[in-house]
Write a protein that binds this ligand. Structure first.
Ligand code: GAR
Length: 196
């Protein structure tokens, strides 16, 4: 990824722990000095998202855009694009952003849009990934960082992490085990994109 001032915009809907992992890695791995990259903004579709509070405390521009205030998916995505584009992003990072995106949005950020999904894609796109992995008797589970295409939870896989599914696991215990790995692979994948 060429050029200086590589702004990263992160979209969240909830706790934002992956966002925090990326912000912290940006700091410890000196992304600004090495790649001219910084997390310029964090945007949530839910005003109550805990991650917004944390981002503000870090001095990062943090905004909420309530999707329920818009008549259509297209109208929300248009407003979201306008908010994102104020920061001229080199990368738009979906980190627990629980919205289906319109094809127009995906096209607009083609080549700059990545997501993390809590399964070993192409297995278990969609929701309730941990419960489904347990019910299927999977011995392993994990997470995938991938490029975003207009097909939900598809697109080139950039990083994956594998964890065991242990006897007695619930969706909660498995989710917690996977999340610790997400916090490692997502910053690593973003760093790799910044470094090329
Ligand atoms: C993460 O497990 C992420 O993989 C998942 O939501 C969680 C967000 O946690 N994303 C999806 O399910 C996307 N379809 P976080 O807000 O603490 O980063």
């Amino acid at each position: 990824m060429s050029g200086v001032n590589k702004n990263i915009v992160i979209l969240i809907s909830g706790s934002g722990s992956n966002m925090a992992a990326i912000v912290e890695t940006a700091r410890t791995q000196r992304w600004q000095a090495r790649f001219g990259a910084r997390v310029a903004a964090v945007i949530s579709n839910k005003a109550a998202a805990q991650g917004l509070v944390w981002a503000k405390e870090q001095g990062i521009a943090a905004a909420a855009l309530d999707h329920t205030a818009y008549d259509s998916r297209e109208a929300f995505d248009a407003a979201l694009m306008a908010e994102i584009d104020r920061h001229g992003p080199a990368l738009v990072v979906l980190a627990g952003f629980m919205r289906i995106l319109t094809p127009g949005f995906v096209q607009h950020y083609e080549g700059r849009l990545v997501n993390i999904h809590p399964s070993l894609l192409p297995a278990f796109p969609g929701l309730k990934t941990h419960q489904r992995a347990i019910e299927m008797g999977c011995r392993v589970a994990g997470a995938s960082v991938h490029r975003v295409t207009s097909e939900l939870d598809h697109g080139e896989i950039l990083e994956q992490a594998v964890v065991p599914v242990l006897p007695g696991d619930t969706a909660e215990t498995l989710s917690a085990r996977v999340l610790t790995q997400e916090h490692l692979i997502y910053p690593r994948a973003v760093e790799r994109l910044l470094s090329v």
